[in-house]
Design a protein around this ligand. Sequence first.
Ligand code: FES
Ligand SMILES: [Fe+2]
Length: 414
Amino acid sequence: MFNQARGTVAPLPADDVAASYAAFGTSRMLPRLAYVDPAVYDWEQANIFSGWMCLGRGEKFAEAGTQTSVETGAGGVLLVRGDDGELRAFANVCRHRGHELVPCGVTKQTKSIVCPYHAWTYKLDGSLRNAPGGFRDVEDFDKTQFGLAELNVVEWHGWVFVDPSGQSGPFEEHAAGLEQVVANYKPENLVTVASHSYTLETNWKVIVENYQECYHCPSIHPELCRVSPPQSGENLEPDGEWMGGWMDLEAHATTMSLDGTSGGVAIEGLTDVEMRTVMYVVAFPNLLISLHPDYVMTHTLRPISADRTFVECSWAFPREVAERPGFDPSYAVDFWDLTNRQDWAACESVQRGLTSPHAIPGPLAPEEDGVYQFVSRVARAYAGLGRADDARPSMKAEDVVPAEGAPSVDEATV
Ligand code: FES
Ligand SMILES: [Fe+2]
């Protein structure tokens, strides 16, 4: 994401784009066409949603033989769990005449991968097992030459990331520093108990921008403000392709729920500070991770068009409560479903507003530094530029005196 391996420039006025990565305090939001123009959407698909991106939780594909496919900016991706437990990603295209192997969005479980068109059959590792019909009589037909095209895939703390372009560099660089922020929560050990799907009438960037600030919280989230002070916390200065910051819990609250109480148990091994804060992370471009003392919430975004985005939101809990008979996750699910819907209403309203030709990019408030981090990086990508050190408006390492045990800026940027 944003590494501009292909280096093309987005179809937007250069001056407007430059205004979005000007210094914090003087910058402007992205040009409105970035949110409404199909040509910009196509550019983003080719240049952003073709590199490392999240396809959701790996738990869904735990069983050997599970196969599913997802559309990306670099074509369909087929995910397959092998007999050896490995999750592999392939281009979702048959080596015979190009039929899709699994229809987009379908999940199935079979012992091999069978093309629906002429029944070429592949092993779960992608190698060609059988080409029916006369191929066995074709001299020199070498099955080893017709395995599926394998793509880069990583399972990271329970989330699946793919790089269908193969040009996004090592995942370790993409996620540099994120390990220290997430590792203590051991998300790979948590069990997803609930998930909601939403199709929003808004551009994917509006959702990310909204997630990165609580400037709007006093206006639209009365329930959230009762359990978490909207102006608390700070943003981190990541080295990798992610961003994030934490917020405090109110003194009476042990987690984010309507009354601040938890119906679960604390995740084992968290620091005192992690027990009193919620960490919000955007793993670019499309994964939002909300780390609570007792559960982890995930939003995975999939742009459908310039003005539509599919969002899957899921909640994962420690196994000991997730498997407890009668465990009720609604204290977390209901709180965030309510908050999600408040956010979605705002995001969809922003999208409708941006259809007006009179929508001129506005300035950012001091507490919208997280929005600036995102917008300036997208804008630099539009301009064909890489990251800039000066595209980091939030706290400098020397200014930060984190509370004991807090995920310090230094730790978070190793
Ligand atoms: S296209 Fe797949 S078997 Fe013919
Ligand atoms: Fe919100």
